[in-house]
Design a protein around this ligand. Structure first.
Ligand code: AMP
Length: 432
């Protein structure tokens, strides 16, 4: 029978690498808590319409990358529902905000999430079909200050702090404003006009995008197209007074707290819901998939999916890419590393000692020690070999030890062997 493997674009995360994942997630939780964010967990699958209306029908994500299926109808009269594995989490968070009337208290909601997302993309280094995001959203009624440029700057400053807490260095913050819902149509019209002549000279993808979604032409990565695309009209020239002033205030607040950024006129991002501020943090060490995280403002998203006016701003960072970056930087995790040896390996010296050796292991683990438990059918030689690979010390637990109440401990590093009363073992092994 053929071997069954993980599906293309998905992978198993194994120890010790999972220690790094836990470290990243724990650091994010700690930083988010300091900025008074609370955790939200939304379902892994949602009504397909949420993404069609929220993210946008014309986006790559919705038009070709979603895992969508028809749910079985419960009754014949019932229409089968179309469901989709979430390709991103912002739409789900905003749906929950609307569904639970979270804006009714008149306060800002500051929510973060950590979890898997799914997109049928062409897998490569740093790009998977099941990938993981850590993200946060600030959303609320305008009366709570949800449109304030201070919110944008605060989020960006939080991200700089989080990357610093993770010891990730060498990142670049690219910033832009894509304008309000009224600026964008004027810009898109100008793009369309400029593309009439230019598009036939660009790559086939751009030729298609020029018709379906001209903004996406700005994302083109084909080297020969770059100089020509740089000549296209710039969104900055189409911003109205409000958008311009908003962006200037975001920049001023970032300058005030020393968060470095570059303004990238072509940064329009792949999701249709963005308005005004958009941003991306990139990292040179990542290769082709160099975006560590991306985000922006989405002042009209709530209304697009049937909710009240609830402007918001958020970001999603790719945990997979944070892991790759940290691995490349070889950041030492110190004590929390799973590669760390156990404090002790307990070797029951016969089958009669098996049950009691589990009791001993339980005592030590309850005292806070990291303990590996052997097997009573092993010979002494094998126990020593195994113990040496897994732990700093071996605790021999045979018939004699069971009767005398003394156990024999050998330290693999010093070679020293001692007999210790069982009651003092935990302390001797370093329990606090
Ligand atoms: P997006 O939701 O497209 O704005 O992406 C936000 C971040 O998620 C990106 O900057 C990446 O770090 C990460 N990301 C997006 N798609 C993938 C993927 N297929 N595999 C791994 N990470 C991804």
């Amino acid at each position: 029978m053929g071997q069954i493997k993980a599906v293309r674009g998905t992978r198993d995360l194994l120890p010790p690498e999972t220690e790094l994942w836990n470290h990243i997630e724990a650091t994010a939780r700690r930083v988010f808590a300091r900025y008074a964010f609370g955790e939200i967990r939304t379902p892994i699958f949602e009504d397909t319409q949420l993404f069609a209306r929220g993210v946008g029908e014309e986006t790559d994500i919705v038009s070709k990358e979603m895992y969508t299926w028809e749910d079985r109808a419960r009754a014949q009269s019932e229409k089968a529902q179309m469901l989709t594995l979430r390709p991103e989490n912002t739409a789900g968070v905003v749906r929950a905000y609307i569904e639970h009337k979270l804006g009714d208290a008149g306060l800002l909601q500051k929510l973060y999430y950590i979890g898997p997302q799914f997109r049928r993309e062409r897998p490569q280094k740093g790009r998977y079909r099941q990938f993981y995001q850590i993200g946060a959203e600030v959303i609320g009624p305008p009366s709570a200050g949800s449109e304030s440029p201070l919110r944008d700057a605060e989020i960006l400053e939080m991200l700089a702090t989080l990357l610093e807490a993770l010891s990730i260095t060498g990142w670049t913050l690219e910033l832009n404003s894509v304008g309000s819902a009224t600026d964008r149509p004027r810009y898109i019209q100008a793009l369309r006009e400029a593309l009439v002549d230019l598009a036939p000279t660009l790559c086939v993808d751009c030729q298609r995008r020029a018709v379906t979604n001209p903004l996406r032409v700005l994302d083109c990565k084909v080297p020969e197209d770059q100089a020509k695309i740089d000549e296209l009209p710039k969104i900055a020239d189409f911003l109205d007074e409000d958008s311009r002033a908003h962006f200037a205030q975001v920049c001023a607040a970032l300058d005030a707290c020393g968060v470095a950024y570059t303004v990238s006129p072509r940064l329009v991002r792949g999701l249709d819901y963005y308005t005004r501020t958009t941003f991306e943090f990139t990292h040179g060490g990542l290769g082709a998939q160099n975006a560590l995280l991306g985000g922006g403002r989405y002042d009209g998203l709530s209304e697009a999916i049937g909710g009240p006016k609830a402007p918001g701003i958020g970001f999603a960072m790719g945990t997979d890419r944070l892991v790759l970056t940290l691995q490349a930087q070889q950041v030492a995790l110190g004590e929390s590393s799973a590669a760390l040896l156990a404090d002790a390996y307990i070797a029951p010296l016969g089958e009669a000692q098996q049950a009691e050796s589990l009791v001993l292991a339980r005592e030590l683990r309850r005292a806070g020690l990291r303990v590996e438990l052997g097997d009573g059918t092993f010979r002494l030689k094998k126990s020593f070999e195994m113990g040496n690979k897994l732990a700093r010390r071996i605790v021999l637990f045979g018939e004699q030890e069971a009767v005398s109440g003394m156990v024999t401990v050998k330290d693999f590093q010093t070679g020293e062997q001692t007999k210790v009363p069982r009651g003092e073992l935990a302390k001797m092994l370093g329990a606090q």
